[in-house]
Design a protein around this ligand. Structure first.
Ligand code: ZN
Length: 372
């Protein structure tokens, strides 16, 4: 072999080896640059360095902060480093208060208490809102939206205040399965606690109250109404309408209505006959809407936690559920009932709301048992 050929062969081999290892050599040199933080001047380089960031998911929050959606991180471009949500929330106490308030609009108290101190599962910053979600150990996901006007003074980055209303308020959803809770025979000393519990669950109810007890607890009647609940008549002192006959029932209902009007300035539209006892002549003679029930909890009879199962074993969409706020045992196990109704996705509303959800107009001289 001539010397010249050998030289070219070695040269070719050299070029081949160099071109084969070139990518590795270049990546080694990039890594060396990346290792020196000070040499990363631009956001692009920062993103390139942190290869887990999806470049397309990075959005600008303001001149100081960028948000990387796919890995849920905030990049401080003045320091070229990651910041956690907690680092950009300047007043964590007030931010937590805001979160609590907004979560409570959407979820019952027992759920909010479970999640409020958890870490965020995601913290997605947009120009005008922050979407936060929580994941519980049971795998339930809860999300809430905060709007700029509420948090702008609590965080270190800027936002645009352009969202009106509250994105967390859900209102009544006609597509959800719904039941009406009704509490009879009050008001009494337990009624306020019943109201508190219902409010903790963002649930509603209709209270069929006795005129004689409205006289004794007028403030409780007002509180039922102020809480967004409904009051119906249960007669003056629980006498059966069938025994009072038409004339007596008319007097009984109008006496109760007078007491209620004195307290509230309104009239009672719904009447639940004591013992559920009513006949056709009473129904056809009095211009009110009669409401009975389709689910009897038997709380008045069992006087213990069994009434919860009595309800849950049969409750279905459109039912009117009978309970009594005069029994301490009903109050004691009410929380369990409400948790179960919540967990089984029941929307709990007043009788009038249930009728409206089902598109059934409430007419006088009619008796309703449920709305389906
Ligand atoms: Zn009763």
């Amino acid at each position: 072999m001539k010397r010249g050929y050998f030289f070219y062969l070695v040269l070719l081999l050299f070029i081949f080896i160099i071109s084969f290892f070139m990518p590795f050599i270049s990546s080694i040199s990039t890594l060396k640059i990346s290792a020196k933080n000070s040499s990363i001047k631009s956001l692009e380089a920062f993103i390139e360095k942190n290869s887990f960031i999806d470049k397309d998911s990075v959005v600008k929050i303001d001149d100081n902060y960028y948000y990387s959606k796919n890995d849920d991180s905030i990049i401080d471009v003045s320091k070229m480093s990651f910041v956690k949500p907690v680092d950009v929330i300047e007043n964590m106490d007030l931010f937590k208060e805001l979160l609590f308030k907004e979560l409570r609009i959407k979820y019952p108290l027992f759920v909010v208490e479970q999640i409020i101190n958890n870490d965020f599962d995601s913290f997605i910053v947009s120009s005008d809102k922050i979407d936060i979600s929580y994941l519980t150990t049971e795998g339930n996901k809860y999300d809430v939206t905060l709007v700029c006007r509420d948090y702008k003074n609590l965080v270190s980055f800027g936002c645009v205040d352009d969202i009106q209303g509250d994105p967390n308020s859900i209102g009544i959803d006609p597509s959800k399965k719904s039941v009406a809770l009704t509490f009879d025979d009050g008001p009494c000393v337990y009624t306020n606690d019943v109201i508190d519990l219902l409010l903790d669950f963002n649930m509603k109810a209709t209270f069929f109250e006795l005129g004689s007890l409205m006289e004794r607890y007028p403030e409780t009647v007002k509180r039922v109404l102020d809480s967004g609940f409904e009051v119906g008549s249960h007669g003056y002192n629980h006498k059966a309408f069938t025994k009072l006959k038409v004339g007596g029932t008319l007097k009984d209902i109008s006496r109760t209505n007078d007491i209620y009007r004195e307290i509230s300035g309104r009239d009672l539209k719904l009447v639940r006959p004591p013992y559920g006892s009513i006949n056709a002549s009473i129904r056809d003679s009095i211009d009110v809407t009669f409401v009975k029930w389709s689910v009897d909890s038997l709380d008045w009879k069992v006087r213990d936690e069994r009434y919860v199962e009595n309800v849950m074993s049969v409750a279905k969409d459109g039912d009117i559920i009978l309970l009594h706020d005069i029994h301490k045992t009903t109050l004691e196990h009410l929380r369990d009932l409400l948790i179960r109704l919540y967990n089984e996705n029941f929307q709990v509303v007043t009788v009038s709301e249930l009728a409206s959800i089902k598109g059934i107009p409430l007419e006088s001289r009619k008796v309703y048992f449920k709305f389906v």
